[in-house]
Ligand binder design. Structure first.
Ligand SMILES: Nc1nc2c(ncn2[C@@H]2O[C@H](COP(=O)(O)OP(=O)(O)OP(=O)(O)O)[C@@H](O)[C@H]2O)c(=O)[nH]1
Ligand SMILES: [Mg+2]
Length: 299
């Protein structure tokens, strides 16, 4: 798996020089401070947070703590608590629904999560409700076979809600304890498709009252701030319990993660750091910030 340091290369490179300038002198001059603020904004760090950092820059001369340490502290705090999921402690059965726009990485992430559950000694089942495209369900089936876990795949053109119902039904019959339900990609602006998610949820709750227990939005880090807008709309349609960020390894706008935490108040659970089935890391705020600020000594 790619490391946090490697994965954040593109975002870091955006403001590396400005950051070095700011951290090098005890009192950064105004031009350095402004340049840094501008660059942080282009990496989709939210304005409010950039303003906080700018104030810290101005105060840097009178502070006991080094500027680097202050930045690190402010940024890690801004990411809040992101408690890791404990697969071993999840009650049986636990049902999680994955939602997001087209191509955000839902299917790949569902597979990666199933693998984690399996490695934690659980018995996962992958449910493919992407009935729009034959390829969508097929892709999940291939992953299930590769990982070696159970799956329920809907027929093309079928009813997504019915497949979600069947997936839970099959999980109960087969003694599976973690059900990961993948959904078709949908544009957050398309009302009927967004409403379909509510039907999917209702069908799950009908088969297993209380399901889904988790609803995770899968966000493509390449989209930066746009991913925050999408997540907000999904949140309005279907209550989200967490965010999973994919493609952090290719993004230059990883600063949007601060907005996911601050504006949406959603815990960030995992980050996709590559395409392979083990390339999903529990979100580590300190590792993320260290990689952004070029403080990762191990690299
Ligand atoms: N580099 C990288 N690629 C990823 C990551 N996650 C997913 N991908 C790639 O992104 C592409 C889309 O992934 P899918 O899992 O098919 O996305 P999806 O959300 O299911 O797509 P739709 O079902 O079409 O909406 C694939 O080529 C994945 O290999 C990641 O963390 N890093
Ligand atoms: Mg998919």
């Amino acid at each position: 798996m790619g490391s946090w340091f490697q994965s954040l290369r593109k975002t870091r490179e955006r403001f590396a020089d400005a950051l070095k300038g700011a951290f090098a002198s005890p009192v950064p001059d105004e031009t350095t401070a402004e340049a840094l603020a501008d660059l942080l904004i282009t990496a989709d760090v939210p304005l409010r947070l950039v303003q906080m950092l700018s104030i810290e820059l101005e105060k840097s001369a009178s502070r006991k703590e080094s500027l680097t340490a202050t930045f690190r502290r402010v940024l890690i705090n801004a990411l809040g608590q992101n408690p890791p999921l404990d697969w071993t402690a999840m009650p049986s059965p636990t049902v999680a629904l994955l939602v997001g726009i087209n191509g955000s990485g839902k299917t790949t992430t569902a597979a990666k999560l199933a693998r984690m559950a399996l490695l934690a000694g659980r018995k996962p089942l992958l449910g493919a409700t992407d009935t729009f495209r034959a390829a969508g369900s097929h892709q999940l089936k291939l992953w299930a076979d590769k990982i070696g876990c159970e799956s329920v795949v809907g027929a093309t053109g079928g009813d997504a809600a019915a497949v979600a119902y069947d997936a839970i039904d099959a999980a109960l019959a087969r003694g599976c304890d973690i059900v990961l339900v993948d959904t078709a990609g949908r544009m957050h602006t398309k009302e009927p498709l967004m409403r379909e998610l509510q039907k999917v949820r209702a069908a799950m709750d009908k088969r297993l009252p209380g399901a889904p227990h988790h609803t995770w939005v899968v966000l493509d880090a390449m989209l930066g701030q746009n991913a925050v807008i999408q997540a907000r709309q999904f949140h309005e349609m279907t209550p989200l319990t967490g965010a999973i960020v994919t493609k952090l390894d290719g993004s230059s706008k990883a600063g949007f993660l601060f907005a996911v935490r601050q504006e949406l108040d959603l815990p960030i659970l995992y980050a996709g750091l590559g395409e392979g089935m083990d390339d999903l890391a529990p979100f580590d705020a300190a590792a993320f910030v260290d990689a952004l600020l070029d403080l990762d000594e191990s690299k």
